[in-house]
Design a binder for this molecule. Structure first.
Ligand SMILES: [Zn+2]
Length: 424
């Protein structure tokens, strides 16, 4: 249907002038009002009434919902239902969110009140609002929405319920359940919107992957080594990797069987790893092409930990900078490159000495660069196996190394070719 068709529909429904309706519609569309909303607004203006007497929403397949719809009616299966409290216009409100699906597709939803449905339920959802989120349509279930059990079970070809392996967890997931071992856990105090709050941060593992977590409502069951079933978590992106969040609504129960945790990180090519958009724990093998500026003996701001130049922090101005060791090495495996970042401990290992040694070497040479030069002499042109946490952003890919060892297996010859090219 084009604008003229929509105008004709409204005009004949309400018995009003079609030209006028069409001109009003076009005005609204020019301001990027979605067609569904524009139609409702024009109906109201021409005496169609708002609220209760608004037109019945389109009944559509889940796969057919677009951001052009104002309101829709769908019959769908509930795939997941997570619970969360958010602050909305100054109030804390509890929302439920997850995914719905039918045979044609799936869609995220937010329910602003508890309609009482659970994963697996087949529902006819009447008059759900459509909003755009991240370029895609989402359903808003609000006080004007009706929810009824559907007459027939809706068949779907997607997993019902929130159970997932860690490798399948993605940022944006809601209402997920995981069976995991707590690998690391630390207590932290952060200053949140309601003052100081205690939280737990750490790492969870299963046979498929490891992921960081935050428990916003610290509970004693989350101890290192505990095997747990954790239900109703949500997932957000933190430093480029999915992070599991436990809220007051999450439940934690001990498992009687031990969770097996993979010792090794998945080994990927650099291109595959970078292409994933960020991974918490990954292993790559490649040749060190060069050592970047800002390696060796560096200075950090004592407030924020950022590297400073000439004692000036970008955020804190003139500071009493602290000496530190770091390496930023460009690693190439023939598929792509990544900047590997070594912390002070790993840097001391590859340098063959700690901060005190580096400082005295720099003093003796009256040049800080001797430290970076010594590290470059050792690393450049050699193959390394690197395990760590990969983040990818507009500035490139960084792999914060947790392990950095000379590779016993020979990586792609392509890297050596690349090295030769650089040398030419
Ligand atoms: Zn600072």
């Amino acid at each position: 249907m084009d604008v003229t068709d929509h105008a004709e529909e409204i005009a004949s429904d309400l018995g009003v002038d079609k030209e006028e309706v069409e001109s009003d519609l076009r005005d609204l569309l020019e301001y990027s009002v979605p067609i569904g909303e524009a139609k409702q607004s024009v109906r109201r203006k021409h005496g169609g009434g708002g609220g209760g007497s608004s037109p019945s929403p389109d009944t559509v397949d889940v796969g057919g919902v677009t951001t052009d719809h104002g309101n829709v009616t769908v019959t769908a299966r509930v795939l997941s239902a997570g619970t969360r409290t958010i602050r909305y216009q100054g109030d804390d409100i509890t929302i439920r969110e997850g995914e719905l699906a039918d045979g044609t597709g799936s869609i995220s939803y937010t329910a602003w009140q508890d309609f009482g449905f659970e994963p697996g339920d087949s529902l006819t959802i009447g008059n759900a609002g459509v909003r755009e989120w991240d370029g895609r349509p989402e359903l808003n279930l609000n006080e004007s929405t009706t929810v009824a059990i559907a007459e027939e079970t809706v068949a779907v070809d997607r997993p019902i319920g929130g159970d997932r392996d860690l490798i399948d967890i993605e940022a944006g997931d809601r209402g997920r359940n995981v069976e995991v071992r707590v690998l690391e856990v630390d207590e932290k105090t952060i200053s949140g919107r309601d003052g100081e709050t205690d939280i737990l941060e750490g790492v969870l593992g299963d046979a498929t992957a490891r992921l960081p977590f935050t428990d916003w409502n610290p509970r004693p069951e989350l101890q290192a080594g505990a095997d747990l079933r954790v239900e109703d978590v949500y997932v957000r992106e933190f430093r480029g990797v999915p992070s599991i969040n436990l809220t007051e609504f999450s439940t934690v129960a001990p498992l009687s069987d031990a969770v097996s945790v993979a010792d090794d990180a998945p080994r990927l090519s650099v291109a595959e790893a970078v292409g994933s958009g960020g991974m918490f724990d990954v292993e790559v093998v490649g040749n060190v092409l060069e050592i970047r500026d800002g390696s060796g003996l560096i200075e950090r701001c004592p407030e924020c930990g950022r590297v400073v130049q000439g004692g000036q922090c970008r955020s804190h101005g003139a500071v009493d900078a602290e000496d530190d060791l770091r390496v930023k090495a460009i690693l190439d495996d023939g598929t792509d490159t990544v900047t590997v970042v070594l912390d002070d401990e790993l840097t001391a290992e590859v340098y063959g000495g700690g901060l005190a040694d580096a400082l005295s070497a720099a003093q003796e040479a009256m040049d800080k660069e001797v430290v970076a030069d010594a590290i470059a002499d050792r690393l450049v042109g050699r193959a390394y196996r690197v395990r760590g946490n990969l983040s990818v952003d507009d500035y490139g890919a960084n792999l914060d190394a947790t392990e950095f060892e000379v590779a016993d297996d020979d990586p792609a010859a392509g890297a050596r070719a690349a090295l030769a090219e650089v040398a030419e």
